[in-house]
Design a protein around this ligand. Structure first.
Ligand SMILES: [Zn+2]
Length: 244
């Protein structure tokens, strides 16, 4: 078995994802704190104000209207996951791939479905479909918010996908399966990935052996009842609207 150096490969979560699923959209963790824990990752911002994407140590927000802006280190998040990304292996996509084949391709990179993995995928995409969550004034569960989520379609676009694979047994902490966010190379568009068709891409991956979870010391978090089974909500909230 390949040995990994002991300081490596930790996924940091600013809160368990279940809190976000239950509608806790404010946890006041600063991007400054998040960026100390990693240079690649994703999440959202306080009040569920858009999709967050962190790549090469810079944080970007894709708003509910699809606009992209760099996020200041003072911005606050209720949920973000990051790692200090080190590419441990790289594969290439050299011809156009339907989304189902792309998913199968990514699954083959996993040595086991019980491991965590960070991914960075740079390339040209024939098609990309994303969504972005709109800022919330009053707090509804995530599954309600994403019912009417704005989606965006792009064709023949260069860009980067970043994100994680999380095993199903960690689903109360982090979105299970593959969870990827997209940012166009021209910095004008992006969002939470719903589907894509890569034409040519380099896929860099890192296995993550350790998990570090912050439990927020906010009244909302400390008084939330986590009894409800949120697995179904999570599945609906993170995939195409209308599916399942
Ligand atoms: Zn997302």
């Amino acid at each position: 078995m390949a040995r990994m150096s002991k300081d490596d490969s930790t996924l940091f979560l600013s809160a368990p994802v279940n809190a976000l699923i239950e509608g806790i959209y404010k946890e006041n963790t600063s991007l400054r704190e998040i960026l100390e824990q990693g240079d690649l990752g994703l999440g959202t911002l306080n009040d569920l104000d858009g999709e967050l994407m962190i790549v090469d140590g810079r944080a970007w927000k894709i708003s509910g209207k699809g606009q992209v802006e760099e996020v200041s280190k003072d911005a606050l998040t209720p949920f973000a996951c990051v790692t200090h990304f080190k590419c441990l292996s790289q594969d290439s996509i050299t011809e156009p791939m339907e989304y189902a084949l792309f998913q199968a391709f990514l699954e083959r990179l996993l040595p086991s479905p019980n491991m965590m993995m960070a991914l960075k995928i740079e390339g040209l995409f024939e098609q990309v479909r994303t969504r972005s969550v709109p800022r919330q004034e009053c707090y509804r569960p995530l599954v309600e918010v994403t019912k009417n989520q704005p989606t965006f379609d792009f064709a023949n676009i260069e860009g980067t996908l970043v994100g994680f694979y999380t095993p199903p047994f960690l689903s109360s902490l982090c979105v299970p399966g593959f969870h990827l966010h997209f940012l166009a190379k021209n910095g004008r568009s992006g969002g939470h990935l719903l589907s894509c068709r890569p034409a040519k891409a380099v896929v860099s991956v890192q296995l993550l052996r350790y998990l570090r979870v912050n439990l927020p010391m906010t009244l909302d978090f400390m008084t939330l009842d986590f009894q409800r089974d949120t697995k179904k909500d999570l599945r609906i909230a993170e995939t195409e609207p209308g599916k399942k």
